[in-house]
Design a protein around this ligand. Structure first.
Ligand code: TRP
Length: 324
């Protein structure tokens, strides 16, 4: 028998972020139905797995978006103000921003915002070497919360960039709230370039989240591995299975982790019971029509300037309306 006090003594020192992680995990696993916040996918291992997902033959969104950005970079850049700062939400790697930076000589500064700090600093260093005249100001922050543009460049007109159809990982009402907040951060008449995956045949959608090699499964299961590592939990990864299916009513891919048996798991000193087949809902990826996304943006204070699409994926340029 281990007492609570002994467990507490053995526990790793609690930092703000790890106690937030613990609180979010316990809240999600004790909710009905069980869920976990997708923002915790991206630890070092998760980010590396995600990088592999973007290169899978089945995962079309990254390839489509890169091609759309490359083919239309001059047209997109022509919408930018004469001097400006490019602000990227949830930057990860700057691969996509580089396409715009290469086409838009008028961008004076680049502000990548991401919760994963290590990656951000590494990438910023390389970017400074490749674009010596560009000022790079990485911000480590949760981009769904507010953040300030660094003082030296705060006067430049900002252009927002939100690629990857990450907007689809929000509930539609959260997506609208994000767009409203982003508009407040960027200011009146600001431009936002945003990638949005489109509603299409589930025969194309489903394999993108169920790849033959099992990388997406590993990515999903890494969330449990991370909870084991950071919250001294004892998830048996072999007793959970990755599920991804298209929900036609809500136009979203749902990712779940399904329990392959009835089992109990210890997480941060708490026991969580699972029924056979019970799932943890780990992520949604909403798909939109071009018109559907325009309407969502309009409702959040943005008007559509241009859309580029290959029929599978879309890149929108939207402009913040003036608030009267
Ligand atoms: N936002 C992208 C999408 O929904 C990328 C992404 C986020 C993703 N989480 C994922 C892709 C999990 C595969 C699996 O497609």
């Amino acid at each position: 028998m281990t007492t609570v006090a002994q467990t507490a003594l053995r526990a790793a020192p609690i930092t703000d972020t790890s106690s937030q992680f613990a609180a979010d995990v316990i809240a999600g696993l004790t909710a009905k139905p069980k869920r976990l916040p997708p923002k915790y996918f991206y630890d070092l291992a998760g980010s590396a797995l995600f990088e592999r997902i973007t290169q899978l033959p089945e995962y079309y969104p990254t390839r489509c978006e890169l091609a759309l950005l490359r083919e239309n970079a001059p047209a997109i850049a022509s919408l930018f103000p004469p001097t400006c700062v490019l602000v990227e939400f949830g930057a990860g790697s700057s691969k996509k921003a580089r396409i715009l930076l290469g086409a838009a000589a008028t961008v004076e500064a680049y502000v990548p915002v991401d919760i994963s700090g290590d990656f951000l600093q590494q990438d910023a260093a390389q970017l400074r070497r490749d674009f010596p005249r560009l000022a790079v100001y990485p911000i480590v922050a949760d981009f769904t919360q507010g953040f300030g543009i660094p003082a030296p460049i705060a006067k430049l007109p900002p252009v927002g960039f939100f690629p990857g159809s990450t907007i689809g990982n929000f509930e539609p009402h959260e997506a609208a709230r994000f767009l409203r907040h982003a508009g407040d951060t960027l200011g009146e008449r600001a431009l936002l370039v945003i990638g949005v995956d489109l509603i299409k045949d589930p025969a194309i959608l489903c394999p993108a989240y169920n790849d033959a090699e099992g990388v997406t499964a590993k990515f999903n299961l890494n969330l449990l591995a991370r909870i084991n590592r950071e919250l001294s939990a004892n998830f048996d990864l072999a007793a959970f299975e990755h599920h991804a299916c298209y929900n036609r009513i809500h136009n979203r891919i749902e990712m779940h982790l399904a329990s392959l048996k009835r089992q109990k798991v210890r997480v941060n000193g708490k026991t969580i019971g699972f029924r056979l087949g019970e799932t943890i809902h780990t992520e949604n990826s909403y798909k939109y029509t071009i018109e559907g996304f325009k309407a969502l943006a309009q409702g959040a204070g943005w008007s559509s300037l241009s859309v580029w699409s290959d029929g599978r994926f879309s890149v929108h340029a939207i402009q913040r309306m003036e608030v009267r």
